[in-house]
Ligand binder design. Structure first.
Ligand SMILES: [Zn+2]
Length: 223
């Protein structure tokens, strides 16, 4: 009722085509939904075969409209896209409750220099949205980035592993000791970033790490 009234005052628009939507709970119109469906990737939360990570999933493939929305969100200050981009992760967490119960949500940090350039950490915004939707506390400023490194996207596959080594640090490991964590990032490419963060978190005593990213790059950037 309240939400419907709100929708009249601030009409909810399709994040892709801008068409006004009937419900505040929707993000995209029926037409655009069909296109998004095409990019949905792992619908199941999978056991990770990656060291330090227990479970891993991405909501979409990093292609087409999803790729555009993430780039707009990340580089063009389109922060309103956050709710849409976070929604599929939150939904997956709800659908797999048995396996996905966690104590805390943590996000992949960015360097101070990058923060000053961009003005926000896109992964933090996604994590914050998921935190309020799932009522799981978010831990800020405890996993931090201590070195400014090159963007992973600027490097070849072989250089990416070295680029992330020793870049992240946990300030107070007691906060993560014996805790299970949902770690959020925007894009999964080679996995080096989330693996290095997970390694640091596990060394701080975290018992379980679930990694969730909005999208997974599959090497084929088709539109
Ligand atoms: Zn639309």
């Amino acid at each position: 009722m309240f939400l419907n009234a709100l929708n009249i005052i601030f009409p909810n628009k399709c994040v892709i085509c801008g068409k006004i939507l009937d419900s505040v709970n929707d993000y995209a119109c029926k037409n655009c939904q069909k296109n998004i469906q095409y990019y949905v990737c792992d619908t199941e939360v999978k056991k990770a075969d990656i060291q330090y990570i227990d479970l891993i999933f991405s909501s979409y493939y990093y292609r087409g409209i999803i790729r555009k929305l993430i780039l707009d969100f990340k580089f063009k200050n389109q922060k309103y896209l956050c709710r849409f981009l976070a929604s599929a992760i939150a939904k997956a967490m709800k659908n797999f409750t048995n396996e996905t119960t966690v104590d805390y949500i943590v996000y992949v940090p960015i360097s101070f220099r990058r923060y000053m350039e961009r003005g926000y950490n896109q992964s933090y915004l996604i994590a914050k949205t998921i935190s309020s939707e799932l009522h799981i506390p978010i831990i800020k400023y405890n996993l931090i980035k201590i070195k400014h490194n090159k963007r992973q996207s600027e490097l070849g596959i072989k250089m990416r592993n070295a680029n992330t080594k020793g870049v992240y640090k946990v300030l107070n490991s007691k906060r993560f000791n014996n805790k299970s964590i949902l770690l959020i990032d925007d894009i999964f490419t080679t996995g080096n970033t989330v693996m290095e963060c997970s390694r640091v978190l596990k060394h701080s005593g975290a018992t379980k790490i679930i990694v969730a990213t909005v999208a997974k790059a599959d090497g084929i950037f088709k539109n």
